[in-house]
Design a protein around this ligand. Sequence first.
Ligand SMILES: Cc1ncc(COP(=O)(O)O)c(C=O)c1O
Length: 396
Amino acid sequence: MNPLLARLHPYPFERLRELTRDITPSARYKPIGLGIGEPRHPTPALILQAICANLAGLSKYPATAGEPALRKAIVDWVQSRYGVALDPASEVLPVNGSREALFALAQTVIDPSRTGACVVCPNPFYQIYEGAALLAGANIAFVNSDPARNFAADWNSITPSVWAQTQLLYVCSPGNPTGAVMPLQEWQRLFELSDRYGFVIASDECYSEIYFGDVPPLGSLQAARQLGRPGFRNLVALTSLSKRSNVPGMRSGFVAGDAVLLKQFLLYRTYHGSAMSPTIQQASIAAWGDELHVIENRAKYRAKFERVTPLLASVLTVALPDAGFYLWAQVPGGDDLAFARDLLAQYNVTLLPGRLLARAAHGANPGAGRVRLALVAELDECVEAAQRIVSFLKSH
Ligand SMILES: Cc1ncc(COP(=O)(O)O)c(C=O)c1O
């Protein structure tokens, strides 16, 4: 067996199941799940229709690079969303959801034979970053988020000697679970560090289309352009249809940026066998070409956050995030594990204890004392969950 497999940690939902195994949730309430961040709004009809109209694609082997029409649809979307022109032939690749691409990228980029191969990772974080780094044979340096600065990452906590060994940096903006969007100055700082130390930046932007202000979240490629950088050296952005278009089961996204890196990534993917089904490619073209369903989707999330945030803010320390579909709340008393267990037992609401999404680093687990609530259910259910949390906390 590959000995690196033994370095993997149990997934947070596995740990949550373990944590709540002995609990019998109150039968007085129907279950409401705010634990898993899986989009639950209906898939738009235009995507379903595109799948049905293109079933003939199942009889063909797809090319890993994707069909030119899909690459063009992606490039057109990037142009209209970020005002960034990309070369469809070399600066974009379709991927089967951003998860597999985030993982595969580390396998492509990391040279484990270099001493102290290191991946820098936000903390709390999307768990794939850690597994990808470990299976690539790298060590991980965590950067804690700072609640006093809108959960910005504390890049100063990484020493020059660690940056010197860093081969890959994962950035998540909008963040999961914090919802924080990274501003331009922070991108400037990261680009300077990447130029100085030569590491790759993988920018996970899969929540970019769910936001609450008037200005859409800044993308990494857009930041590079705004800062007058000539190309995208050592930078790739990863985007997904899962959240934007409510198709987590379709497995469709893309990677865009550094053409030199993407050439190697394509080589890796050809052997790994990560080509996207022609049927899904056609449905993806339909999805990237339509913004109406994205606007409607965003409006549904906005309505939920508008109702739920003030309710919860009356009993918890919580604020409307910049973007994403999570609330990242601080629990009274600071015991997120007990909070999750007791809420499930008494009110049949599942949420994720924050410490399961983070690791202890720099003397603290930045998820401890917090819980993540995924507002993925329909409005009424989310409001009911919030009301139950209010009752739960008022009765304590
Ligand atoms: C931060 C983050 N990145 C990436 C993903 C993966 O999304 P997908 O593989 O559906 O594109 C998720 C899914 O929950 C996520 O939360």
